[in-house]
Design a protein around this ligand. Structure first.
Ligand SMILES: Cc1ncc(COP(=O)(O)O)c(C=O)c1O
Length: 453
């Protein structure tokens, strides 16, 4: 009988799976190292345990202590399992971009979760980097893990993930491809593999909105590369010490949309239910496939499990909101379906221009139909209001009836996008779709832009 003494002993020895469909046009053999069978369902279990054990050896953490970490969830899960077995408390600091599932899972395994805003500078006191440090300073008998700069992170991959990949491919691996966040996985695995065979190429997958690719190519930390993005787990607005740029041959950027679409394709075409960074990694391989030859053996590492993304990547409504669903929008009915939650606000002809301005502010719309006694009698838009107010600010108190333009054209649900876009002109900003139940749905220029992008 092979019995493990505790759950931490089950970490590692994850399977290799051949990709058969998504990469069918790639000349090389493409193999996935699927890390979901770790007990915390991600590769991060490996480094979480190693970081704690190294801290214990260094006397940084004492029995009954509190471990604090800023984590996108997966490291937190690995730390949580290790804390349960080893008897520590855990506080995880997450940014608000992370999926709710990840937060709920952390709470399920006993961690306290603190959520911070994403759209702030790392040096901002509200950032998850700053909050983690502050909590560590304020909590007695605590230790701040800092997976970004804690080099036990990449060492874990040097000691476990790298050797496994080398042995499982019997030394035949020619390329290693993986998403880069803290840099621990790529740097540890990359260092081990290059020591075995310096010809092995190490390719990092980056996001748009992250500094890595430009830094690798130019040595410049370019702040204009930093902007919010959707892909979870990879890309950074800092240079973590765990990223060893010397072992990485190149970075490839993958868009948020492609990462999401390819994550879904992995589930549906390969039956491999993995997370967002896996979709980015496999799309990166496809983008770089021109570099690959027939006898190359490419290993792509899939970091975590798809269940953490059911509210996002695997949720059609979320994908639609992001504009990631490749739906064909051909008619007015399709546009309405896409904007199902849109409120159709109409203004009364007796209302004043000031009311129209308040509604522009409240709803964020630039044009409104105008009604009188239940009938559509006209329309107003930002350009018209601008013209009237710049002529005379007193016009604020003019009624809409006195300034309104002709009503927006009325179309049917079957009217095509081409017909609608022909009706939307510089002077006519929208059309109204007759829903045949006595109500109308407005389609504006912006809705057409959204539908076509
Ligand atoms: C889902 C996911 N993918 C990729 C990464 C990046 O791995 P690393 O931090 O080892 O670079 C992470 C790290 O948090 C992750 O959670």
């Amino acid at each position: 009988m092979k019995i493990y003494n505790n759950i931490l002993e089950t970490i590692g020895n994850t399977p290799f799976v051949r990709l058969n469909k998504i990469t069918k046009d790639v000349k090389a053999t493409v193999l996935a190292k699927v890390e979901t069978s770790n007990p915390g369902n991600s590769v991060k279990d490996r480094m979480a345990v190693k970081m704690i054990e190294d801290a214990e050896k260094a006397g940084l953490i004492k029995p009954g202590g509190t471990i604090i970490e800023g984590t996108s969830g997966n490291t937190g899960m690995g730390l949580a399992l290790a804390c349960i077995i080893k008897g520590y408390k855990l506080i995880c600091v997450l940014n608000d971009k992370q999926s709710k599932e990840k937060m709920d899972i952390l709470r399920a395994v006993g961690a306290e979760v603190v959520v911070c805003p994403t759209a702030v500078d790392p040096s901002d006191p509200r950032s998850y980097y700053s909050v983690s440090r502050r909590l560590a300073a304020e909590t007695p008998n605590s230790w701040y893990v800092n997976q970004y700069d804690n080099l036990s992170n990449r060492q874990a991959h040097y000691e476990s993930t790298g050797p496994e990949i080398w042995e499982q491919t019997e030394g035949k691996i020619t390329h290693f491809v993986v998403g880069v966040g803290t840099g621990g996985t790529i740097s540890g695995v990359g260092k081990y593999l290059k020591e075995k065979n310096p010809n092995i190429k190490i390719w990092g997958i980056d996001t748009y909105g992250s500094v890595f690719k430009k830094y690798k190519e130019t040595g410049i930390f370019d702040e204009s590369e930093i902007y919010p993005y959707v892909t979870e787990g990879i890309g950074e607005d800092i240079l973590p010490q765990n990223v060893d740029f010397d072992v990485i041959d190149l970075f490839e950027k993958v868009t948020d949309k492609d990462a999401a679409v390819y994550t879904r394709r992995l589930a549906r075409e390969e039956g491999i239910f993995v997370g967002n960074s896996a979709g980015a990694a496999i799309k990166g391989v496809l983008q770089l496939s021109g570099e690959l030859k027939e006898d190359d053996v490419v290993v792509v590492l899939f970091h975590d499990h798809g269940s953490r993304y059911v509210g996002k990547i695997f949720n059609d409504d979320w994908m639609r909101e992001q504009g990631f669903l490749e739906e064909s929008i051909k008619t007015a009915a399709d546009v309405i379906a896409k904007n199902a939650t849109q409120k159709n606000k109409m203004l009364y002809s007796s209302e004043l221009i000031a009311h129209a301005v308040a509604n522009i502010r409240k709803f964020g719309y630039s044009q409104f139909p105008v009604v009188k006694e239940g009938k559509i009698v006209g329309s107003v838009d930002e350009d018209l209001i601008y013209e009237k107010l710049t002529q005379n600010p007193e016009n604020c108190n003019a009624s809409l009836e006195s300034i309104m333009k002709a009503p927006f054209p009325i179309v049917r649900e079957e009217t095509t996008l081409e017909e609608i876009s022909a009706l939307i002109t510089p002077t006519n900003k929208a059309v109204l779709v007759d829903k045949k139940d006595g109500t109308y749905h407005i389609i504006s220029r912006y809705d057409i832009i959204e539908a076509l992008s």
